[in-house]
Design a protein around this ligand. Structure first.
Ligand SMILES: N[C@@H](CCC(=O)N[C@@H](CS)C(=O)NCC(=O)O)C(=O)O
Length: 215
């Protein structure tokens, strides 16, 4: 079984998958796809054929393309159950998926590059307005997550068990910083993040460590 990940160093959804691959000890080739160059390589024919949504990541499993980061995480969990990224107990599993979806469907899609671009193209929103839009959705989601981990969290988002939720959290906090959001108001999330980012799987998945990293 060979894995290749079509990825962009700063793509938060790709980053989730990189952490999972690293944590599970799976070798993979990184295939960089530049989201900005020439209008975005994700819109080219080669990438479109693999993912008609023209987004990253795409995991190629022996050449078969799987897109949507959470679908990829679920695939990896089924195919390589150890070390697990979902707890065994049903409520804890549901909590992991709940927290993951706060990021995956409640934050990330609303602050994404193509949403910001459409705000400009369709409604003439200037760059500052696009950024304010994204900041709103990131803050709204992080406020909810901070409250949720008050109930569910330990050293990780759900107890002390490393899970999909942690893989979603770390890249989202990175994005929050890029949007200059005051994240000091999320002490629980920051404490969890501090414990995660030194783990080897997270270190190797960081944007700065990717072959396509830019200053
Ligand atoms: N729900 C998708 C989101 C994918 C997504 O939004 N990817 C971004 C990078 S993080 C992308 O490819 N954006 C391309 C664009 O904005 O044109 C997933 O989890 O894979």
């Amino acid at each position: 079984m060979t894995y290749a990940l079509r990825s962009y160093f700063r793509s938060s959804a790709s980053w989730r998958v990189r952490i999972a691959l690293n944590h599970k000890g799976l070798a993979y080739e990184t295939v960089p796809v530049h989201l900005l160059r020439g209008g975005g390589e994700q819109h080219g024919d080669a990438h479109h054929k693999l993912n008609p949504m023209e987004q990253l990541p795409v995991l190629l499993v022996d050449g078969i393309a799987i897109a949507q980061s959470v679908a990829i995480l679920e695939y990896l969990e089924e195919r390589h159950p150890e070390p697990a990224l979902l707890p065994s107990e049903s409520v804890a599993r549901a909590r992991v998926r709940q927290l993951t979806e706060v990021v995956n469907s409640g934050i990330q899609p609303l602050q994404n590059l193509f949403v910001m671009q459409q705000l400009g193209l369709q409604f003439g929103a200037p760059r500052e307005a696009q950024q304010a839009w994204s900041r709103y959705w990131i803050e709204r989601g992080l406020v909810a997550l901070e409250e949720l981990v008050g109930e569910t969290g330990g050293t990780c988002c759900v107890g002390d068990f490393l899970s999909f939720a942690d893989l979603a959290l770390v890249p989202q906090l990175y994005n929050a910083r890029r949007f200059s959001i005051s994240i000091e108001r999320f002490p629980r999330l920051l404490a969890i993040e501090a414990g995660l980012v030194t783990r080897p799987a997270f270190v190797a998945a960081h944007p700065d460590q990717q072959p396509d990293a830019e200053a």
